[in-house]
Design a protein around this ligand. Sequence first.
Ligand SMILES: Nc1ncnc2c1ncn2[C@@H]1O[C@H](COP(=O)(O)OP(=O)(O)OP(=O)(O)O)[C@@H](O)[C@H]1O
Length: 599
Amino acid sequence: MQNFINRFFFILPASPKQLVILVILFVVMSVLEAFGIGMIGPFLNLASHPNLVNESEFVASIYAGLNLTEASHGIALLGLFIIALFAIKSFLNWQIKTYVFGFCLKVRGKLCEKLIQEYLSVPYTFHLSKDSAAVIQCIIIYTQAFALDILMPILNSAANLMIIIALSGLLLMTSQLVVIVLIFLFLPLILILNAFKDKIKYWGKRVSYADESIIRIVNHSLGGIKETKVIGCSGFFEEQLSEQSREYIEAGTFLLSFQVVPRILVEAILILFLVGITSTMILLGQDIDGFIPALSIFALSSIRLLPAISNLSKDVSKLRSMTYVLERLSHDLREIETLKNSEVSNRTVVTKISQLADHKFKNKDFGQIIFDGVTYQYPGSESPAISDVSLSIRKGESIAFIGQSGAGKTTLVDIMLGLLIPQGGDIKIDDISIYNNLRSWQNMIGYIPQSIFLMADTIERNIAFGVADDLIDHKRLQQALEMAQLMDLVKELPDGINTMVGERGVRLSGGQRQRIGIARALYHERDILVLDEATSALDNETESLVTESIKSLSGIKTMIMIAHRLTTIQHCDRLYVMEKGRIVRSGTYNEIVLGNIQS
Ligand SMILES: Nc1ncnc2c1ncn2[C@@H]1O[C@H](COP(=O)(O)OP(=O)(O)OP(=O)(O)O)[C@@H](O)[C@H]1O
């Protein structure tokens, strides 16, 4: 219970003060509700016994105070008062409900924003160990569950609890015996709910897990649609999906069917009580007349009490089934917090050499990039992927890393991109560590990976990636298209740069996608281009087109490449051979590839 509350407030993107305001509104509502129902007893009593006006001093004084001469006038006035009270209560109820819905949906929106912000800003290592289906589920499904299946039931439970307390108070004033009998009758309901609490949590967890698996299977099968079709494994995914769907149906049915048990029990208990107590009194020959006002108040209260109790118990079991959602959301948020802190401490280790805070690096304004004893080990790995790498790259130079698979080329590039923070050593521009202002360093780099990420949007928007339409610089876009040798393609297309590329660029060839990646880096005016095996997936003809566009940038841009095909790096000034995370040799293309050692 304590854990549940702590997690709830840790995740809630709103101040607890707002919840207090809501609870106060609920108290006002419940008091009005109890007062309204409480007035019906005297109204019926007065209507059936008009001579009460003369018998009761209290009633007579009210009649005198209001100058009422006829008994029927007083009854009509009381009736009007009750109607007005219920009208006000109903309007307030509607207003409060509207406020609660708005509040819950706002919380969902804010939580979505908070999560996407956290997932985007968390160190890259978080995503290396995370399944994207789980991340999508947290952002889309769990935020909705938090707002509608946790926050809303908590607020409704608070409202229902207030109503139960207020109406129980009213009943207690009418007849204590009724309340005592009721408490005994409701004990089995509390015991049943308690006995099933672990089961409910378990079913809730199974439903969430099946949901997550379904997203993952859809991701895998449709994400790799080409492979799925060619290998012919759609049956495999269909079978996996129907297995998870069975699991979802089974656990979900238990969960939903259990949620109606309280309502059924509450109804049965109240009817049992009402009929039971009346019949017993008649059978025992007791005078039922004196008991009628209490029973009528009880019957009227039940109209409101019945749904309040059954909804409260339904919401409590719903909250139990949502424990897993709270666990998952708070787990991710805490993990992100820890990773961010550890990244900061990693960075302080790396930057102890330089004391310049938030230095702004400028594209044109540097002499060389220096790797100084850089060492990196993946979390959970036994040995470093990069060990004590030192090298320097002058502005305008083109260098390439070569080496066997697993040698550490991609890891070194990821460190250079600022995605992985080394545990040892430093990367400097001239004499200033890039970790003084990683964002400013990243603003100098254009990254062209093996497989370019393209949005299902136009060529123009894919090149100006992340820039709003009205801010796109069309002159710069034309220059980028020319330098990336894309002009001919764009001219041939009927919609030109407004041609849609399809999801992940399926309507373009591999080489065209690659050149869009190059144009993107050029549009963003990055002086340092990092190309991770940018041409390895291309045929010879397309490769030579892409290589041409890369070569034409030699001397203009500083280029850092990873390549398997040695033909694509002939123009590089220097090659570095990597083995087991270390640089074992370096030299020109002639020296390394052709073996022409000159000195
Ligand atoms: N996320 C990770 N977690 C743990 N170890 C990793 C991770 N990514 C890579 N490694 C390990 O780090 C080492 C270097 O891998 P890296 O991908 O940098 O090599 P590479 O030279 O780029 O290989 P390739 O040419 O096949 O892409 C390998 O031993 C690899 O198993």
